[in-house]
Design a protein around this ligand. Structure first.
Ligand code: GAF
Length: 388
């Protein structure tokens, strides 16, 4: 039985009637542009086929009941409990109701059932997928006029202000705005965006996602600490955000310590890499194989910068990247917020199995937990998948 049929069955069992519909929102892989979003910079993620589904039915009273098939738990909350700081997975649902209502959208109650194939804690945006799936369902159930970009902004508000994770806009934008077979180039200051073709098939390539199974979280201190250092550096440099640094050499001379210099160097060079990657992938005068051949070194350089300058990689992640490269990847890097999670490796289709096997062997030899892997398919953003 597929994910939708299964969800419809569980939803009917929970609430005694079929739902009004089912909505979906994907997880994401970030192709390039890490820790640039909250510096007003550039990112280029794409949506995964792995997604979160929400079966939903409106309810006139202001109460919400949510059942998650993943954790086999039902929770409920009323309007008086919509207060930032709520704990547990239900905060990602309640926070979306809160953000919509804060923005003046009239949302009453709902019965919700959730099922997700996005790995949790792997840096693939399971939280954004949950937020965006619930938000899309509520927007449709209550026939709200909320443009796509504003949906991403509201879902981010849930994450920042209700859940309390100080993230940027990338994950919610990817889950909302991506389209099939494309990456999303997003300017995180102006919110201008563009679909960039990612025709891996035509190039005979695959993007392998290898999950190191080193769990990570954004609500912890490291992410906020990196963000704080970037903001302090922007203040020292007297610019609104690190996006505005024009002369890296000059900026480095003005910064008071080596740690700040490293963080700034990562953000500034990573922004340049995103712009280069976009220009290469969008260049239809180049054969598609050549485009990816030029992308590979940018992925590698991004990883080196995250490892040496931003210092957000961990031994499992570095080993996965190095092994993938020596096993034949054209480029490889950690993806997502860091401190664990997944790497992506751009590989010729016929070597994908070998790359995954060599990473697994290397993990075994190092005494690390066995990694898992899957092939990423650039997919569509959030939307309805079944309506009654
Ligand atoms: C996490 C955050 F949620 C994003 O906003 C982004 O900062 C990313 O880490 C790092 O690029 O996924």
């Amino acid at each position: 039985m597929d994910q939708i049929q299964q969800l419809l069955r569980v939803s009917k069992r929970q609430y005694g009637h079929p739902p009004s519909g089912v909505w979906a929102a994907p997880g994401r892989v970030n192709l390039i542009g890490e820790h640039t979003d909250y510096n007003d910079g550039f990112v280029m993620p794409f949506a995964l086929a792995e997604r979160t589904l929400v079966a939903a039915t409106p309810r006139p009273e202001e109460t919400w009941t949510v059942y998650s098939t993943n954790v086999d738990e039902q929770v409920g909350f009323g309007a008086e409990e919509l207060v930032p700081g709520m704990q547990g997975w239900q905060a990602y649902v309640a926070g979306v109701v809160w953000a919509l209502r804060e923005a003046g959208h009239p949302v009453a109650g709902a019965e919700l059932t959730i099922s997700s194939t996005v790995p949790v804690g792997a840096g693939l945006s399971s939280s954004a997928a949950l937020e965006c799936a619930v938000l899309t369902a509520l927007v449709d159930l209550y026939r709200l006029e909320v443009p796509l970009l504003e949906r991403a902004v509201l879902a981010r508000r849930c994450e920042n202000e209700f859940v309390g994770a100080p993230t940027g806009l990338m994950d919610q934008a990817a889950s909302t705005l991506c389209t099939e077979n494309n990456a999303l180039f997003l300017d995180c200051r102006t919110h201008a965006y563009q679909q960039v073709p990612l025709d891996l098939d035509a190039a005979g390539l695959e993007l392998l996602v290898i999950d190191t199974r080193t769990p990570h979280t954004h609500v912890d201190g490291e992410y906020a600490e990196r963000r704080g250092t970037c903001e302090r550096a922007a203040a020292v440099l007297d610019v609104p955000a690190l996006r505005d640094v024009e002369d890296l050499g000059e900026a480095l001379k003005q910064l008071p310590d080596e740690l700040m210099r490293k963080r700034v160097r990562h953000v500034v060079t990573e922004n340049e890499r995103v712009l280069q990657a976009k220009a290469i992938l969008a260049d239809d005068t180049l054969p598609v194989t050549e485009r990816f051949a030029r992308l590979g070194p940018l992925l590698d350089a991004s990883h080196t910068s995250m490892r040496d300058d931003f210092e957000i990689t961990v031994p499992t992640v570095d080993l996965a990247v190095e092994t993938a490269r020596s096993a034949g990847a054209i480029g490889a890097r950690m993806t997502g917020g860091g401190f664990g999670g997944c790497i992506i490796a751009l590989v010729p289709r016929e070597t994908a199995g070998k790359v995954a096997a060599e990473v697994a062997d290397a993990f075994d030899r190092a005494g690390f937990r066995a990694p898992t892997h899957f092939v990423a398919r650039p997919s569509a953003g959030a939307g309805a998948v079944a309506l009654n």
